[in-house]
Design a protein around this ligand. Structure first.
Ligand SMILES: [Zn+2]
Length: 562
């Protein structure tokens, strides 16, 4: 990959380069990825200046694409610190036949630790760019910001920071940089720090000292990248972001931006529905993690005001329904329709969801967090509204309803209904449970496993995250009752025969999908006329399905052969 000279002009003053000659030059020397000569938008620009800069950048991008031939072309998103300009620039570049999208003009923000502005620039650019194309954070070379940048959707980094810091006798660590003179030990086990003592490095000639420190800086940077990849695969990248943000007060302060509802709504769309690893609490920022935001939203929309009487339990050992089993029985004998809620720091947890991710699979200190946190107080306030909230110790004050009503619904059936609504949307439970219901429990754990409606296997409950796997017969029920495009992935006609054979759905064969689907959600696969083809598991959300031109969008689980 080559750069075009834009950053060099910014750093070292005016350099006379023809914007198209430099693209042709990169092409002719055989670059895999060349870069257009964009206009560097500095943070001190007025909006008018920034607008002029992006107009020229977009114009140059359009013309450069015509001469790129087979070289991949990087078109940097500019727009200074104005989020609307960043998004506009990203949208217009995204519509072109470009291959690679750097976010440019951010080095001065990073140099001055303006991380809030940096986060806004990244999110604004990502909102406008096609999610299937790679994004490069230009000039990001400090591991301190790698986890955050990746969590926001950056795929590539480049920087000469490792050698620039080395020239200044500074060692990079994931928590910041340290002057070698201020260190008494090397707090690192990379090959350099394992081989040399700190005094040996200090006593080197300048050039070999730079060389050693630069190598250390690279080892540390790549170690952090590998940790990020692990975190992505384990599903705990946000946890890593939160932990890392505690290394630097500027970064910690910038994290507050991620508490805004707009940004949480945006990030939530890309968040898988469950993770391999339990959710670990790192501090109050955890309450704003995209997956927690989603669970709060869904609980609010599905289960608020289900019953005007709410019996409240304190956070306790999980699973809640086992710890509180006797008390729950007593409450259900009084009235099985009462809402039973555990006052968790993740927000109100209906007792029926206590085996579902992230409520069951989370590790949070049991302390009076809810009472102390203004944000949580609001969450509870809007969930409870005008309901009567009674602590479980005080239920003797409530009247008991008659015994015929008392047989209303088995607790297991109620659990199935709640999880179905939480997972597939309100009303799914009623649809899936309308026949004669029978279920099989695990002999080992006593948990619900397979659910049959009129002797047809409709759902299986996963032990790992407490969500359902949708079977073909369950898919048929939801397809009959949920209108298009709810929980559907719509495929082009030429993919239909492959799906009937049980093959997975490639993204390029996807015509449209429910915007409510999230990565790893269960879905219905249908053709353009809404004929039911099968059930599967999404690997992407709608925006990604429509943007990716390669790769699998949905893993088909069962096809409909009727
Ligand atoms: Zn080292």
């Amino acid at each position: 990959m080559t750069d075009s000279g834009t950053f060099q002009s910014y750093m070292y003053g005016d350099i006379n380069i023809d914007p198209y000659e430099i693209v042709a030059f990169q092409r002719d020397i055989g670059c895999d990825v060349g870069t257009i000569l964009d206009i560097f938008g500095t943070p001190d620009q007025t909006k008018k200046q920034a607008k002029k800069g992006i107009d020229i950048t977009i114009e140059r991008a359009k013309k450069s694409i015509n001469i790129k031939d087979s070289m991949k072309l990087a078109c940097p998103v500019q727009g200074s610190i104005y989020p609307d300009l960043r998004t506009k620039c990203a949208q217009e570049l995204g519509e072109l036949n470009a291959d690679f999208f750097p976010i440019g003009g951010v080095v001065p923000l990073m140099e001055n630790q303006r991380y809030s502005d940096l986060i806004q620039c990244i999110i604004a650019a990502k909102k406008g760019l096609p999610p299937g194309k790679p994004v490069h954070l230009f000039g990001a070379g400090h591991p301190l910001i790698f986890p955050m940048a990746v969590a926001l959707g950056c795929d590539f980094f480049d920087s000469s920071a490792y050698v620039k810091y080395a020239q200044d006798d500074r060692l990079i660590f994931y928590w910041g940089t340290e002057k070698i003179d201020e260190l008494t030990e090397l707090p690192c086990s990379c090959p350099i720090c394992s081989h040399y003592s700190i005094s040996e490095i200090k006593n080197q000639e300048k050039s070999s000292r730079i060389n050693l420190i630069a190598k250390h800086n690279l080892y540390v940077s790549f170690e952090e990248i590998r940790k990020i990849r692990n975190a992505i695969s384990n599903g705990n990248l946000w946890e890593m972001v939160e932990r890392r943000s505690h290394s630097n007060p500027h970064l910690l302060s910038a994290m507050k931006l991620l508490q805004s509802k707009d940004i949480k709504n945006y990030l939530e769309k890309y968040e898988p529905i469950s993770k391999k690893k339990a959710l670990f609490y790192t501090g109050t920022q955890t309450l704003h993690r995209p997956i927690v935001h989603r669970s709060q939203q869904r609980v609010q929309s599905c289960f608020s005001q289900i019953n005007k009487t709410i019996i409240e339990f304190e956070e306790t050992k999980k699973p809640y329904s086992q710890t509180y089993s006797k008390q729950i029985q007593r409450i259900r004998k009084k009235n099985p329709l009462f809402s039973i809620i555990v006052k968790s720091p993740l927000g109100p947890v209906p007792i029926e969801l206590d085996e579902t991710y992230p409520f069951a699979q989370s590790v949070i200190p049991i302390d009076p967090l809810v009472e102390q946190n203004e944000y949580l107080k609001q969450i509870y306030h809007s969930f409870y509204k005008d309901a009567t909230v009674v602590n479980w110790r005080n239920i003797s004050s409530l009247s008991t309803i008659s015994s015929s009503d008392n047989e209303y619904e088995d607790f297991d059936i109620r659990r199935i209904r709640y999880v179905a609504d939480y997972q597939f949307g309100k009303g799914a439970g009623d649809i899936l449970l309308k026949g004669k219901i029978r279920f099989v429990k695990s002999k080992k754990t006593g948990k619900i496993r397979n659910i049959y409606s009129d002797d047809k296997h409709v759902l299986s409950m996963r032990a790992s995250d407490g969500f359902f796997t949708l079977k073909i017969e369950g898919g048929r029920l939801l397809h009959d009752s949920f209108l298009s495009p709810l929980i559907r992935v719509i495929v082009f006609d030429d993919a239909v025969s492959f799906i009937r054979e049980g093959k997975s759905v490639f993204a390029k064969f996807i015509k449209d999908a429910d915007p409510g689907l999230r990565p790893f959600d269960e879905c219905l696969i249908v053709d353009e006329t809404d004929s039911f083809l099968g059930v599967g598991r999404c690997l992407l959300n709608r925006a990604e399905m429509l943007s990716f031109s390669s790769g699998v969008g949905v893993k088909t689980r069962e096809s409909n052969n009727i």
